[in-house]
Design a binder for this molecule. Sequence first.
Ligand SMILES: Cc1cc2nc3c(=O)[nH]c(=O)nc-3n(C[C@H](O)[C@H](O)[C@H](O)COP(=O)(O)O)c2cc1C
Length: 324
Amino acid sequence: MFKTRITEMLGIEYPIIQGTLQWLSRAELVSAVSNAGGLGILSALTFPTVKELRQEIKKTKNLTNKPFAVNVSLMPTTRPVSYEEYISGAIEEGVDIIETSGRSPEPYMKLLKEAKVKVLHKVTRIRNAKTAERVGVDAVTIMGFEAGGHPGINDVTSLVLIPAAVDSIKIPVIASGGISDARGFVAALALGADAVLIGTRFMASKECNLHPKIKEWLLQASETDTLMIERSIKNPARVMKTDFAQHVLEMEERGATLEELLPLISGQRGKQALEKGDINDAVLACGQVVGLIHEIPSVKEIIEGIISEAKLIGQRLYNIGIRI
Ligand SMILES: Cc1cc2nc3c(=O)[nH]c(=O)nc-3n(C[C@H](O)[C@H](O)[C@H](O)COP(=O)(O)O)c2cc1C
């Protein structure tokens, strides 16, 4: 019923992909998404070594026999990272879908294509979507300004970016940023996307290993409770609006240097804050769609809810004369 170019390409039941969540995209969450008919994505750089990533892939395979992917974020990091080794490790473990993000995957395309891997690449600009198509990726995820994480420098929302991407490239477009339920799902498909990629909503799921205190914060947050920081270092990030994030923003406004900012915005600091459940000890990524999240269901309930509600939306559209 939900057959699209993406479900066909990836061998999944529903065109619903779980967005990579640094420190949180682990075997339990990823396998739950895949078992529910979507595509889970492990975050390679959550694991300090390739050996640990390989163990997590093995663990995921024990929990699901459905397809899942590995994300390799190519964004500059403070620690030296061999992206080739992470990619090769995933390939050797039999992973055949890899998502890249952060920078062009061009240097790794030969390695990926020789291994017959399907490559999904995440971008925030149409220019980068075209480049990704040119260098041979199989599908492009376009991420709007609403999204949690790094939604790019141009501040263009999903409602405009998704159809712009669909008009600009021939390969399938995956819509991300601001999607949490059937309404966003149907809207993205109506805009021409072949699938949706959902991040923040899956943070607030039973299987996501997120500290209960942070899950509580997500439940009480509204759509205005996120903040853009790191514009001064040209790597804008949408994060939870907390005193800590506001302090970072004030430092940026006062002209703080990268050296001054780094200890506050480092990924390791985020990891520790997530473990402690302390939202005021690091900057933590979160999308505007948090305002639509009012409960912590299981992943299966989220995905089945989207699918069953989508059918009702189809009926509603039909009733007002939109024949789909
Ligand atoms: C906590 C968190 C961590 C994220 N980590 C990554 C990451 O490591 N790599 C990446 O490509 N995207 C990352 N993202 C972006 C998501 O994969 C996804 O593109 C985004 O959340 C979609 O927007 P939404 O939050 O509105 O659903 C992260 C987002 C969040 C909220």
